[in-house]
Design a protein around this ligand. Structure first.
Ligand code: URA
Length: 212
């Protein structure tokens, strides 16, 4: 029995497990891979936004007045380039009013630490509910650094959403950012010597964009 760190939600809906199985399958081609990744991102978003606050919002139906709900705060989706891009469309389907910021991380050859080479956010990101996305949470260093950059810029409400994670990545991100809840579809066994998640699904960016 795996122990799941506090602040981590594993979304174990049957549809999530079925779609993730197809995503992992090495025979799944990029077109289907992208569609599955978008659907998984949508399903994970439903869980990650469960506690979003809403304001009363009055509308007129063809028959009567109705008091419904509108989101209290703006939402900013932040994919970590490049594989995170594969999750954005599915999320925008359920939060069409969200803005999208982008973060590019690369490994610094001297320090071997992730360094940010691209940071482009909408002007209101510090006041928004920010959802950082990357399909794979491997070592957790890129995700932690990306979140640190967002905090430096003033972001206060941050969630992290991934499809496949592993104990090492979860320990890293929760250790560095205990205030950031993590949502994942699976916690796999381990990282291998090349920092790939096992059993995982391979390189998510390559499989998404057909660059293998
Ligand atoms: N990035 C990937 O795309 N896959 C892994 O297994 C680890 C990091």
């Amino acid at each position: 029995m795996k122990s799941i760190p506090e602040g981590v939600t594993v979304v174990e809906h049957p549809l999530v497990r079925v779609k993730l199985t197809r995503l992992r399958d090495e025979r799944t081609e990029p077109g289907e891979f992208r569609a599955l990744l978008a659907e998984l991102a949508l399903l994970l978003t439903m869980e990650a936004t469960r506690d979003f606050s809403t304001l009363p919002c009055r509308v007129r139906t063809p028959l009567d007045d109705y008091e419904g709900a509108a989101l209290t705060r703006p939402v900013v989706i932040v994919p970590i380039l490049r594989a995170g891009l594969g999750m954005v469309d599915g999320m925008l389907r359920v939060i069409p009013g969200a803005s999208v910021g982008h973060i590019g991380m690369r490994r610094d050859e001297k320090t071997h630490r992730p360094a940010c080479y691209y940071f482009n956010m909408p002007p209101h990101f510090a006041q928004a509910d920010v959802i950082v996305v990357d399909p794979m949470l491997a070592t957790g260093h890129s995700a932690s650094e990306a979140i640190a950059k967002l905090k430096e810029g003033g972001a206060q409400s941050i969630r992290f959403l991934c499809v496949v994670s592993c104990p090492e990545g979860l320990a890293q991100i929760r250790g560095a950012h205990p205030d950031v809840p993590v949502f994942t579809a699976a916690v796999d066994e381990r990282l291998n010597e090349k920092a790939y998640i096992v059993p995982g699904l391979g390189d998510a960016g390559d499989r998404c964009f057909g660059t293998v």
